[in-house]
Ligand binder design. Structure first.
Ligand SMILES: NC(=O)c1ccc[n+]([C@@H]2O[C@H](COP(=O)([O-])OP(=O)(O)OC[C@H]3O[C@@H](n4cnc5c(N)ncnc54)[C@H](OP(=O)(O)O)[C@@H]3O)[C@@H](O)[C@H]2O)c1
Length: 290
């Protein structure tokens, strides 16, 4: 049975003209090992996507590079035709190589092809939000994004993309992107232990732009901290629950996209993100990343 989105922790946020639940779902973990190929448990992957929608989640994060193309095709199989309220955010700007790496693919023809592949695989006439994924697998890389971002702005003007964002970006690249076209979100690595973007988050909040932390639970290396574990034990919950709840407390423009291939973890993460964090615990958690 569908649950109202108001039941999800954190309420909603508006990306341009699209209202999404602040508790979203990151679909990367649905592909096979190393985010390559099909999942071992295909039916299980489809179940997770359907469960996310049934629980009222209206923000799914994906990329053509996941699989590659596998995750988008699973999303389409599980959820198409999409409920009106559901919004899919995808990323372009990286491809996959035979070693499982994520080399850049940001020439104008790469980006055009990627947008068309996303449209085809997701079964859409226009993509809700497209992030330009910058940098490399190990993090952002300084440098101008003018040429690739201008290409995405053209695709937006052609009606193939509704809203734009950037990912794995430096603060300077965010500023440069905004001189070319409005952005609705920035998706960078950030969690309790990795606070490099603290100032950027506050600046974006002041301008009504969403900040979407990837690896909210630590990604491939789960978050580990004695302080985090102590707070979780005291509040009778898990470190992952505290990590998600802390992000919702951190700033109203933070949208969650925790990844999981398990419906049990999905439900656990929703109830975990709801846990209130008293001031004393917030102060303690604040010491982890500083
Ligand atoms: N823009 C970029 O460059 C970029 C890079 C990386 C990721 N992303 C996006 O960000 C999303 C989130 O990142 P992520 O999925 O890599 O990392 P994450 O959300 O930090 O962590 C996901 C990992 O945590 C585990 N997990 C989740 N809930 C759990 C629970 N309740 N108990 C125990 N383990 C749990 C998952 O395993 P199970 O499957 O077993 O639950 C999975 O291994 C991705 O899905 C993707 O959409 C973007």
């Amino acid at each position: 049975m569908s649950t109202s989105s108001h039941a999800l922790p954190g309420g909603t946020w508006t990306l341009g003209d699209l209202t999404v639940t602040r508790f979203g779902y990151g679909a990367m973990q649905l592909a096979g090992p190393g985010v390559l190929g099909p999942p071992a448990d295909r039916d299980g992957a489809l179940d997770v996507l359907r469960e996310a929608a049934d629980l009222g989640i209206t923000h799914i994060d994906t990329a053509g590079a996941y699989g590659p193309r596998v995750t988008n095709q699973l999303i389409r199989e599980a959820l198409h035709p999409y409920p009106d309220a559901l919004h899919i955010v995808t990323k372009v700007g990286a491809t996959r190589d035979l070693q499982g790496g994520w080399p850049p693919a940001r020439r104008p023809d790469d980006l055009r092809r990627a947008v068309h592949e996303n449209l085809e695989d997701l079964g859409l006439d226009a993509l809700d939000v497209v992030d330009l994924r910058l940098g490399y697998a190990h993090g952002p890389q300084p440098g101008s994004l003018a040429e690739p971002f201008e290409t995405l702005a053209e695709l937006q003007q052609e009606g193939l993309v509704r809203h734009l964002g950037v990912s794995n970006a430096t603060a300077d690249q965010v500023t440069e992107a905004r001189t070319i076209a409005p952005i609705v979100c920035v998706q960078n690595m950030y969690n309790l232990a990795h606070r490099h973007d603290d100032d950027l988050i506050d600046d974006l909040a002041a301008d009504g732009i969403a900040y979407v932390p990837f690896f909210p639970l630590g990604g491939f290396t789960p978050l580990q901290s004695a302080t985090l574990s102590a707070v979780a034990t005291r509040l009778g919950t898990t470190p992952m629950s505290i990590a998600l709840s802390w992000l919702l407390h951190r700033s109203p423009n933070i949208l969650l996209i925790p990844g999981t291939s398990s419906t049990a973890h999905l439900r656990e993460n929703i109830s975990g993100a709801r846990i209130p964090l008293p001031g004393k615990e917030l102060d303690e958690l604040d010491t982890i990343g500083h």
